[in-house]
Design a protein around this ligand. Structure first.
Ligand code: TMP
Ligand code: ASP
Length: 244
């Protein structure tokens, strides 16, 4: 795969075309960024780990009736996916208060959110991915009212499934970010990735608020043992046989 062939390069992934027009190849990088790329680094082995975790989760979600862009994983750090046009909205679901929610509202970290909170962010690096209201989202014509309802319903359904999958692995799903795309038939598919880069994951067996963190917060907050945490999530997912 040459530089010239690249279709798109993001902070954590590169997308290449394939011989089939409706199929793209996603290459997962070891590069890590946080706080809108103000903090940069590398997490050794992350590409293959995130690609494998995402692949297993997408396969399980497909089995549970969620349409995703996943086709297969030809190499540990490569995923073949259906070509979609990404909806420029990041859908965040929160089961426990953390991160930007606490920073912006003063809610105490760790507060359980029942029912789960669904938030929409504008996927736009230049603007720093701002939080959207539904009204803004509609004015900006990022999605229709019906699509917003569909995104919310799918995100909540995915949350219930993911909470169960991670619980099977001894992990608490605190929050996560989803991206969706529309394929050439106009169908809404779950896209991007689901990994320790895009979820907050806490070890159920660990009460210590720093030790329990198994996700990118270890990198964001300089908690150390970043690679080891990603590897532990992979081991749990593989050991949990979530796709059998
Ligand atoms: P936040 O608390 O920083 O808004 O993050 C909420 C969730 O979304 C958390 O699980 C991390 C994930 N996330 C991404 O996947 N990409 C991003 O760019 C950001 C800001 C958060
Ligand atoms: N990956 C995001 C960025 O660098 C932020 C994050 O995940 O915290 O913009």
């Amino acid at each position: 795969m040459s530089e010239a062939e690249k279709l798109y390069e993001g902070k954590a992934k590169i997308i290449y075309p394939t011989a089939e027009p409706e199929v793209l190849l996603t290459y997962f990088k070891d590069d890590a960024t946080a706080f809108n790329a103000q903090k940069r680094g590398t997490i050794a082995g992350k590409g293959a780990i995130n690609c494998t975790i995402s692949s297993k989760i997408f396969q399980r979600l497909e089995r549970e009736g969620i349409p995703t862009h996943f086709i297969d994983q030809p190499e540990p750090n490569q995923m073949r996916v259906r070509r979609v046009t990404i909806v420029p909205v990041e859908v965040v679901v929160r089961n426990i208060a953390a991160g930007s929610l606490c920073k912006q509202t003063g809610l105490p970290p760790g507060k359980e959110l029942k029912p789960p909170l669904v938030e929409f962010f504008y996927k736009n690096d230049a603007l720093g991915d701002p939080l959207l209201t539904i009204e803004r989202l509609l004015v900006m014509e990022l999605a229709t009212k019906e699509q917003v309802e569909q995104l919310r319903d799918m995100a909540l359904r995915i949350n219930e499934l993911l909470k169960g999958i991670f619980h099977e692995c001894g992990i608490t799903l605190v929050d996560f970010k989803l991206e969706f795309g529309i394929d050439s038939d106009g169908k809404l598919l779950l896209a991007d990735e689901i990994s320790p880069d895009t979820c907050r994951l806490w070890d159920e067996a660990e009460a210590d608020p720093q030790k329990r963190v198994m996700d990118k917060d270890r990198f964001r907050l300089d908690l150390g043992q970043v690679e080891a945490a990603y590897e532990r999530v992979l081991e749990r997912i593989l050991g949990g046989n979530i796709v059998t």
